[in-house]
Design a protein around this ligand. Structure first.
Ligand code: UN1
Length: 504
């Protein structure tokens, strides 16, 4: 078995260049969560390597910022075409290395294609404003310029899409990119990045320092974040990691773009379409084995529905197919590793000790002792407390009854994170209240769909301990550019703003 998953990766990507382990440092061992087998051993970047990559990016910036944006868009267009042509292999690689089911692996690759297309269109739409000047014969403008090298730190759970959200935009905005993928999913990064290298070669673009992947652990990430050449750090991962990145960025006056944890909630009201709601809830709660930052973790159910909902959810959870993510029919793949399983186990124990009723959540022996398959857990809480107010990156759905809609919104907003939220309702007053200034305080607030599975066209990110950053669609591109306000005097006199007189 150990041999077979590694050889599947080789068959899928026979020409993939992997960094060779070096005698002076330990190799990075990449394992498949499917059976715990080793997929590859990779050489890791040293601090000196990171320094060199960042310096090269700084040099590449000087040329890339002068390339017209629509031409920069061409590079991203070809990347998107290559990704589309290889969608199936890339999707399989994600499943092999990260463990999400193939449907979701393919969905992730589709997000890469979608953001490339978005970025190509954007490359002709990096618009600024013209603003009325208060002075005669004056013009006021806003212009947008490339910012500088962008560091992208991505997490294991979306090993391709998160880079693409950032890189596609950063590149058309005129910035070199340096990618530090999770040490759990470097192969996905290398396979996707190889397509950018190919695209650049075909376009006659010397890639040089324009884009690079840094394989390594936390220390490689820290060197990258602290390097003076890097102007924007886009980091996806835990709140703890984001807090450190944010502090380094603040001390060095770099831009942070933080996309951190979530403790996402949904409110299930009496007027909801129950069948639709239960499907949406299940997809959001057990999809990706609960390892999306947008995973549904808390469900507030109107007390009139509570008994029905718990019976129906228990039936769904009992039979939801857990297994090999590459097998047709599986809906829940393995957790990423032992640590993740132990985190889930400890959290469920803590919930039990608080008096919660825990259904399921047990480990399922499937592919040996080094893989961690679990049946997703339902946890009935009388009130929202303890681990329910924390993010455990595993498939645990807490349920809590509510009485008034105002209480449900207050419970939604009581979490420290503020990423995603949903209401299931047929009542327009409830829907609009949830979306209003006094409603959900999250970056994503949905009606009659789940908390996960956002489209790339909208800005993605959240408030509070989620970090405040916005990536992907809408005007998130503005993060990757510097704005200049220009005042132009085309008259022959010098009137001062605010009516100030200053005669010399
Ligand atoms: C993440 O889990 O870090 O909205 C990103 C979603 C996906 C992205 C999740 N489009 O669930």
């Amino acid at each position: 078995m150990a041999h077979s998953l590694a050889s599947t990766v080789q068959q899928l990507f026979p020409n993939l260049q992997l960094p060779v382990p070096r005698p002076e440092s330990l190799p990075l061992e990449v394992r498949s969560p499917i059976d715990g087998s080793v997929l590859a051993r990779l050489g890791q970047a040293s601090a000196a390597d990171v320094n060199l990559v960042a310096q090269k990016a700084e040099e590449a910036f000087l040329a890339w910022r002068r390339v017209p944006a629509p031409q920069r868009g061409n590079l991203v267009r070809v990347l998107g075409e290559k990704v589309r042509a290889q969608k199936s292999s890339l999707g399989q690689l994600i499943s092999l290395e990260m463990g999400k089911i193939l449907q979701e692996g393919l969905g992730e690759v589709q997000e890469v294609i979608d953001i490339c297309e978005f970025a190509v269109g954007l490359s002709r739409q990096l618009y600024g404003l013209t603003i009325a000047s208060e002075r005669p014969d004056h013009k006021l403008l806003e212009t947008w310029h490339p910012l500088g090298p962008v560091a992208i730190i991505s997490a294991f759970n979306f090993p391709m899409a998160v880079w693409a959200w950032n890189a596609a935009l950063a590149l058309v905005c005129g910035n070199p990119v340096i990618w530090k993928p999770s040490e759990k999913t470097p192969l996905s990064a290398l396979a996707l990045h190889a397509l950018l290298l190919e695209a650049a070669q075909e376009q006659g673009i010397a890639i040089g320092g324009l884009s690079a992947v840094v394989i390594g652990d936390k220390s490689a990430g820290e060197s990258l974040v602290a390097h003076p050449a890097v102007r924007l750090v886009s980091a996806t991962g835990s709140t703890g990691m984001g807090r450190k990145v944010g502090q380094t960025c603040a001390a060095l006056f770099k831009r942070p773009l933080l996309e951190l944890g979530g403790n996402n909630a949904a409110i299930l009201t009496p007027s909801a379409e129950l069948d639709l709601a239960l499907r949406a809830i299940t997809f959001s709660a057990v999809g990706t084995a609960g390892q999306r930052c947008t995973t549904l973790r808390r469900l507030f159910v109107h007390q009139s529905l509570y008994d029905t909902v718990i019976v129906r959810l228990k039936a769904i959870y009992e039979s939801v197919p857990v297994g090999d993510p590459l097998e047709a029919g599986t809906l829940v793949g393995p957790l990423i590793d032992r640590q993740s399983y132990e985190g889930m186990h400890n959290t469920l124990d803590r919930a039990r000790s608080l008096g919660a009723k825990v259904h399921f959540g047990e480990r399922i022996a499937l592919r040996g002792s080094d893989s961690f398959y679990v049946r997703p857990a339902l946890v009935e809480m009388k009130t929202q407390a303890g681990p329910m107010l924390e993010e455990t990156f595993a498939p645990i759905l807490y349920l809590c009854p509510y009485d008034s809609f105002a209480d449900a919104i207050a419970m939604n907003n009581a979490a420290k994170h503020g990423l995603s939220s949903s209401v299931f309702t047929g009542n327009i007053y409830e829907a609009e209240e949830f979306l209003s200034a006094a409603g959900s305080d999250c970056g994503i607030a949905n009606v009659n769909i789940g908390t996960s599975g956002a489209e790339i066209g909208g800005a993605f990110g959240g408030e509070k301990e989620t970090g405040g950053g916005r990536e992907s669609g809408s005007d998130a591109w503005k993060n990757y550019m510097r704005r200049a306000t220009n005042t132009i005097n085309y008259g022959k006199t010098l009137p001062l703003a605010q009516g100030i007189r200053f005669e010399v």
